[in-house]
Design a protein around this ligand. Sequence first.
Ligand SMILES: [Zn+2]
Length: 385
Amino acid sequence: MSISSSYRNATLLRCERAPYSFFSAASSISWGRNKTFVGRTNKQISVKDGHGAVWRISFVVASNIALLLIGPCILDLDFWLIMQAFRAARKSLCRVSSEKMDALFRIASVFQGGISKARGPAATLSFYLKQLGWSIDRTGQIHLHAFLSFHFLRISYKRLLRFAVQAWQDKLMTVHTQRFRLFSFPDIDRVSTVAILKRFSSGQRWHLIRDISGGYQTQQQKHKRAFDADPSCNFCGQPDTKPHRLLHCCMFASTREYHQEIVQYLNEPDCLLTEFPVCFVGPHTDLLLQLQFRNPKPVFASEALHFVQSKKLEQNPVHWFTDGSCFHPENPCTRYSAFAIIFGLASDDDERKFWGRQCAVSNLVPPTLTRAAVGRTSGEQGSSC
Ligand SMILES: [Zn+2]
């Protein structure tokens, strides 16, 4: 029930965005009776009616934040189009000759300008990469982070999507919303925020996302758009702001008594949650990302190598086992994992079973199992990345 409700809401939001997003695909299209589309920016579309008057229609830009947080995918159609373009480009490039591939990467690496100057697949690919703040060089390496590069065709789609989501959320506030007050805030940590939102019921989650997206306006916000709106709180007459509603309004004093610890935390002067209740990207995120991709490869013990070589000369198989563990698995951004590679010394299955039964009672590691190497996982951490 909750899944279908969430899916329905997500579908409705995507449909609401669809007409606006696809306007960018045409320079002039018919728009209803006697109306012609004449332009689009990130903030609004312009439509000219039959009398020549131009109407400017603002997007519900705050919905971009909602589209980011509904999860598991970003529902913004602009983002969806970029990923579809990457998918199509990778599929096509796998079928062309190396000469054509080199030519495409060469053109893409030097293309400058916007979508109006893009005249072919290479320029269009370069344009979409730039939409995410990325670039590509003549060898096909895409630079998607200050210290990380991957080949456009050899990076997995899952990893490409992960970094694309990261890039999208990095510029969400400044490019895709009009929440000027939030421009100086840290970026949203989408994965952590979505993980916390998932703990609530579907109905509660929807209200929370609406609040994060600015769906519930205070009287002061209404007053900025309509001067006849009263900026005062409906309950106590004080200026109606988010901090007032959450921390000061006498109407909700009894509710705050049950949550004194969090109220105290929210009252701290540098707390940003009263204005924007999301998880923020931490100051060590980039460092952590670097560490994840710079973990050294495991080194095999010399005894293990000698054993394997002798088994190979005897033409006997070697039985390998792997095991791993992950700390803080609930959060893909901060979890970290390690693994061990074990090989078996038992000469046959009977010996392996014997020592297995013997050690199962005392919960010891069978002497026939020897560690060959241990290491930390490189790249995405955990088993479900
Ligand atoms: Zn009040």
